[in-house]
Design a protein around this ligand. Structure first.
Ligand SMILES: [Zn+2]
Length: 212
């Protein structure tokens, strides 16, 4: 079973770690993120931010990406493991609102590798148990208000929680008509606010981060 690291953490201070950011950049270029049975997406990187985070012994690296598929988190999170190896945190982020389809992103459903599910049929459900089980089956999970999107990517199991976002009124049980807003870090002072405002991260205070 793959455990989920839920990012209910406190950002504290920034500590530059260019080595970590460099390793993350290599991982983003080489590790599978959007590899499906029939197709592979292209992921580009718009910025990497390394932060000390409350409750974590080592800094986390937040990588803003532009995915090809609209169900991919727009921010992936990395850390060092016990032996110093690079690890991707299972939970990614997707700051910002859900918006109508832009036409620039592809849909995993069209590859026959995805499904949208409602669970429980009105009865209480152990949501985290369901999500953990899906990830344990090497699925990638997006949680929306009222339903889950699951897809089968090769070499990438992950989770992103979008259940606090408002869905279009015409589409309450599928992800067919919306996508996450493009999320790009700026070099200005609002970079961290981008993360803090609409994710499960709770920010202790504003800092002045930098990107590379
Ligand atoms: Zn879906």
């Amino acid at each position: 079973m793959v455990s989920i690291t839920v990012l209910s953490l406190l950002l504290s201070i920034q500590r530059p770690d260019t080595g970590l950011a460099a390793e993350v950049r290599i991982a983003l270029a080489t590790a599978p993120i959007e590899v499906f049975e029939k197709d592979t997406g292209h992921v580009s990187v718009t910025g990497i931010l390394v932060l000390d985070v409350g409750g974590q012994e080592a800094p986390l690296a937040f990588a803003w990406i532009v995915p090809s598929f609209r169900q991919t988190p727009t921010v992936l999170v990395y850390r060092r493991g016990p032996s110093g190896e690079l690890q991707r945190v299972t939970e990614g982020l997707a700051p910002g609102r859900l918006q109508p389809l832009s036409g620039r992103l592809r849909d995993a459903h069209t590859l026959g590798q995805a499904a949208d599910l409602t669970v429980g049929h009105g009865e209480p459900v152990d949501t985290m148990k369901f999500i953990s089980a899906a990830i344990g089956q090497r699925m990638s999970v997006a949680r929306y208000h009222g339903f889950f999107h699951l897809d089968m990517r090769l070499g990438f199991a992950g989770y992103v929680d979008l259940s606090d976002r408002t869905l279009p009124p015409t589409d309450t049980a599928t992800c067919g008509s919306f996508e996450s807003a493009e999320s790009m870090p700026s070099r200005g002072g609002d970079l961290l606010a981008t993360v803090c405002r609409r994710t499960s991260l709770r920010c202790r205070r504003r800092i002045s981060p930098s990107t590379e």
